[in-house]
Design a protein around this ligand. Sequence first.
Ligand code: M1P
Length: 249
Amino acid sequence: MSGRKNVLYLFDVDGTLTKPRQSISEDLLSFLLDKVKPHARVGLVSGSDYSKILEQMNGERHMSQFDYVFCENGLMYFKNGELQSKQSILNHVGEQKLQKLINFALGYMSKIELPVKRGNFVEFRTGLINFCPVGRSCSQQERDQFAAYDAEHKVREQFVYALQKEFDDYNLTFAMGGQISIDVYPNGWDKTYCLNHVADAGFDEIHFFGDKTDPGGNDHEIYCDGRTIGHKVTSPKDTREQLAACLSI
Ligand code: M1P
């Protein structure tokens, strides 16, 4: 791989390399690792935690082949399969404030009526907290049902608005990361956070591919960042096509 250009291709996961919360296709995985990687560095950046990305990349054997894996926006990151560092929201924000936030969110979610409600409404991760009105333990069918309901009734949009209003002095970002939930993290701990970890590598270009690039989406900041060349995609198929065009392969 010595002929690789000093360029990084960085990919969001859900909606960009996979359908939301599903696994990557063998075809796209081998395209990235066998066709793209010989030309440049390849990396993943997701709001999801390590275990979810691992599942979506079909296990450790494949995931460790990515030059960089930035979990939870890069608050936990791996280079060549080795953990390099992690940053904790608990240490940064403190127990007292986080409890106020969680109590408010649980109270708010307890008052929403939805077609169905399941369990795991708050997921406390290393670098962010994830609030999920339908509950993360919903089935795939219930997930899709909530996503359609949310598109019509703006459940998450209103929840974000209420959180912003209540905690406007907490310096937190409330982002609609995926299909059914809201990611909460300190301002600046969005996906641009991962760019700090590659600053020393001095890449000539960093290309970012993501689907949630509009304001409020969790790809917005990194997509617009001056350090990246942003590519807005609509599906894994579109990612592959745009990437092939970019590399002329
Ligand atoms: O796309 C990344 C997002 O994936 C999941 O979102 P959801 O379950 O809402 O589809 C979550 O892991 C979320 O934290 C993450 O940003």
